[in-house]
Design a protein around this ligand. Structure first.
Ligand code: SAH
Length: 220
């Protein structure tokens, strides 16, 4: 890519990103840290060059292997629910995909760990994260159902893939007071839920309807 073209995209993306943040505000995202984080991460870096012109539309886009980059609203919403107005220390994401949500989380948490089951996708995510020189994300190829016992506990866990039952291992890798945000359900019956680990056990709140790809077992 020539320097001129690169600059062109850079400037356009800054303006269109500011518009995207404005739209998210209108859609009800209130957390200013989340809005600032979304404003800082160039989403077009995470999608195929042919699709980069659509990178700031409020839509999910294909990233290969039947998977998608989540739409900006859901990335913002999940980050807002995870944060709950507080700075995050150690966060785990299940379902890295292209790495966009991880890059946004990296602005909101001290350390981000993200697991993806498809090897080719984790390779691409690694390239995107490196291109943006983000230093506080660790990516892992593996089955997210198992979490990351060696790094736990996490004060936040985000699932980018839907499941009827939150994986047992993940629940137990939450720190006391920690929050897990996930699409619960399957097919067209999915709701965003937040599960908080309390002294007594786990408390779940149900939020809006969502649509995610399924959480699958094993690696590919
Ligand atoms: N976080 C991404 C969204 C990725 S889509 C974004 O920022 O846009 C969900 C991803 O979850 C897919 O890439 C899929 O391969 C992955 N996935 C599904 N089941 C998984 C599992 N058990 N462990 C890890 N990743 C999984």
């Amino acid at each position: 890519m020539s320097l001129t073209k690169h600059r062109g995209i850079g400037m356009t993306s800054e303006r269109t990103r500011a518009r995207m943040v404005e739209r998210l505000r209108e859609q009800g995202i209130r957390d200013t840290s989340v809005l600032a984080a979304i404003g800082l991460v160039p989403r077009h870096i995470f999608v195929d060059e042919a699709l980069s012109i659509r990178a700031y539309e409020d839509t999910a886009l294909p990233i290969g292997f039947g998977q998608t980059i989540s739409n900006p609203y859901i990335v913002a919403r999940m980050s807002e629910v995870l944060r709950n107005g507080q700075d995050l220390q150690r966060v785990l994401e299940i379902g890295t995909g292209c790495g966009y949500q991880a890059a946004v989380l990296a602005k909101l948490a001290r350390e981000v760990y993200s697991i993806e089951r498809i090897a080719t996708l984790i390779g691409r995510a690694r390239r995107h994260i490196r291109a943006l020189r983000i230093g506080n994300i660790k990516l892992k190829h593996g089955d997210g159902n198992l979490g990351l016992e060696e790094v736990a506990p996490f004060d936040g866990i985000i699932l980018a893939a839907a499941t009827p039952q939150p994986p047992h291992a993940l629940l137990h890798q939450l720190a006391p007071g920690g929050r897990m945000v996930l699409p619960r359900g399957s097919g067209s019956e999915q709701r965003l839920v937040v599960i908080v680990r309390t002294e007594q056990g786990f408390e779940e709140s149900v939020l809006e309807m969502v649509h995610f790809v399924p959480l699958l077992p094993g690696v590919s």
